[in-house]
Design a protein. Structure first.
Length: 202
């Protein structure tokens, strides 16, 4: 019998003990995990490439979503967020502003509520073409459609996306010290998000 310890993603300090009746079954389990991870990474890379191509020639937008992704990645890593939530928030970080160009064309404005209106359908189309699962797409599209609604946060993925976006916007939009302190108090909840905001701006 093979015994191994795997971390419980929702409780990093705890461990679950998994027993396997043979080395072969254990190896099969490890291969399954690796395959799922590799498939997820391949889709993520395709999504990143698709977003860069979507914003071709717009270095400002490309730099913005890549920076939001990186801060989201750091928060997820440092706070030991579970793999599925991490994949959702990192994917949402890439596509969260996908509706801006459409908003500018249709309304001559990129106001947040307009981005929330136009963005989800574009994100859904892009992710369906890559082959993401419907449930995964739905959650990412939901985040795209709510990423300027700061009083409706209903999950850790939503919270991290908001914080990562603010961390970038504070610099790019030159928030005043008063604005930064207000956003910090109202919107930052994660340990690493708070640390990053404090270290850079407070």
């Amino acid at each position: 019998m093979v015994k191994t310890c795997l971390p419980r993603v929702s409780e990093p300090a705890m461990y679950l003990i998994y027993y396997f009746p043979s080395v072969a079954l254990y190896q099969k389990f490890v291969r399954m995990l690796a395959k799922d991870y590799n498939n997820s990474m391949k889709k993520f890379e395709q999504l990143r490439h698709a977003m860069i191509a979507f914003e071709k020639g717009n270095s400002k937008h490309i730099q913005h979503f890549l920076k939001v992704y990186e801060f989201a990645h750091i928060i997820c890593s440092e706070d030991q967020v579970d793999p599925l939530t991490t994949q959702i928030v990192e994917s949402a970080a890439l596509v969260h502003d996908i509706g801006i160009n459409t908003c500018l064309e249709k309304y001559q404005s990129s106001a947040g509520h307009l981005q929330e209106k136009e963005g989800p359908s574009l994100a859904i189309q892009m992710m369906e073409e890559i082959g993401y699962d419907p449930e995964f797409i739905y959650r990412v599209a939901y985040l795209v459609g709510h990423h300027h609604s700061y009083d409706e946060i209903d999950g850790l993925d939503y919270q991290i996306l908001i914080e990562a976006d603010f961390l970038v916007n504070m610099y790019e939009e030159a928030y005043s010290q008063e604005q930064i302190e207000s956003v910090y108090q109202k919107s930052f909840r994660t340990k690493t998000g708070k640390y990053l905001c404090e270290t850079m701006y407070l």
